[in-house]
Design a protein around this ligand. Structure first.
Ligand code: PNS
Length: 165
């Protein structure tokens, strides 16, 4: 069975991520969305919240949940891939700005594990400018991101940013 690991911070998952996941399902029988557990990066959402939001977004989109797993990982990505017996890392590419960072990571992962390949999928051009960080900033400043993130994320983002106000 073809199985790809789709890793990321997903803080939170956006429509750009969702478009990569949907395109990935055309090519891979199973995809594991692997949410990085790294509290040192001071994410807005805890790893459990990010997992829950990702699952809610997948359900809201009506994707085939029998082919998608959402999991947390820490440590080296290649070690996680080995534990999952997966040989493909799936990553999305937006503009040229992503290219250098992605090339560096793909080559480092190839150096660490020659049998694991990174496959890139171009994000839907409607979401080329969308990133989790920009969505958080725009939402924090009162802007509307409802068309850029899945509905469950939009709701939780507003609630989270209003916590303690
Ligand atoms: O969504 P992001 O923050 O761009 O995702 C980055 C991620 C999680 C893919 C990357 O930071 C990662 O793989 N971290 C795990 C640690 C690791 O394996 N580092 C060496 C490979 S470059």
């Amino acid at each position: 069975m073809s199985h790809a690991i789709y890793p990321g911070s997903f803080d939170p998952i956006t429509n750009g991520h969702m478009s990569i996941l949907e395109s990935g399902l055309v090519s891979f029988e199973k995809i594991t969305v692997a949410v990085l557990n790294n509290e040192k990066k001071r994410p807005l959402f805890s790893v459990n919240e990010r997992i829950e939001l990702t699952r809610d977004a997948i359900a809201a989109r009506g994707l085939d949940t029998s082919r998608i797993e959402v999991d947390a990982f820490d440590g080296l990505l290649v070690d996680y891939c080995r534990r999952k017996s997966a040989t493909v890392i799936l990553r999305g590419l937006r503009a040229v700005a992503d290219f250098e960072y992605e090339l560096q990571m793909a080559n480092m992962n190839r150096h660490l594990s020659g049998e694991i390949v990174t496959v890139f999928i171009m994000a839907n051009d409607a979401y080329f400018y969308v990133s989790s960080n920009l969505c958080k900033e725009v939402c924090r400043l009162g802007g509307d991101v409802s068309k850029l993130v899945p509905t469950p994320v939009d709701v939780r983002l507003l609630a989270k940013l209003n916590e303690g106000k």
